[in-house]
Design a protein around this ligand. Sequence first.
Ligand code: CP
Length: 326
Amino acid sequence: GQHILSVKQFDRDNISRIFEIARQMAPYASRKKRTRVLDGAILGNLFFEPSTRTRVSFGCAFNLLGGEVRETTGMESSALSKGESLFDTARVISSYSDVIAMRHPQAGSVAEFAEGSRVPVLNGGDGANEHPTQALLDLFTIERELAASGLQIDGMHIAMVGDLKFGRTVHSLSKLLCLYRNIKVTLVSPAELAMPDDIVSNLADAGHQLVISDKLEGHLNADIVYQTRIQEERFPSKADADQYRGKFRLNQEIYTRYCKSNTVIMHPLPRDSRMEANELDNDLNLNPNLAIFRQADNGVLVRMALFALTLGVENIVKDYECAVPW
Ligand code: CP
């Protein structure tokens, strides 16, 4: 099996294959069927930065394939806090595990860890750099949601909104979009939180039409609006982050006024529910085009597919099917 460190390692053919396997995982994820194909396998789930979805969905995806999960949450519960190197930690944990999922606050740290690992490492987010499995589940969601309107990723209009500087999910997603054709990409952020230049250049080199703005007005009539949180943990202080909060709020009234009737709203989550932030208002919860929870659900399917492919069992999942006893 291969490490999954960056979306740059994928092309359209292997993305199609991942999505095909992800669709086959649906009956197992919904507990209609049960498989033990990874019986006896161990996932080392190492999260050195807070996480709900990525950590739990990696764990559940592995459990749903019959494997077991050993988890470390937080730097303070790891010997990294005693000065152990990423290399030594990787050597040790990888001899206890068949595959490792890892998140760490430093850009490049998961790749450094992978150098010491004897088993495949899946990047669950490294600082502001990349979040490749999130980008795959985002793209899987975009494809599914657009299909309902007869649209495809090629030729779509996506608006990415918010903290495009520190948001690793939009970095990874933008890199994946370079594999597709004729996309209109609207980037809305405060000038100080703009998408990094190299990623903007890649989008332009891919032939996509780019619109860059520091105002939301006039930019919401897209097929997909991908909202993001101000990544407070990457700012020097809370006060630095506070000045950008609430700038690009999206609620039902704004949706009705400026979005298309079929604009799909996405967000990698967590959305910031504190009053001063609230980039995606709860009054959108009943909007059928709010795809944020379908997006999170798809994370289990895509991560099951990635485990199956990484461990080479994608073709024999059904052979290990057993009855659902409940
Ligand atoms: N989308 C995402 O990465 O969420 P968590 O931080 O909860 O894992």
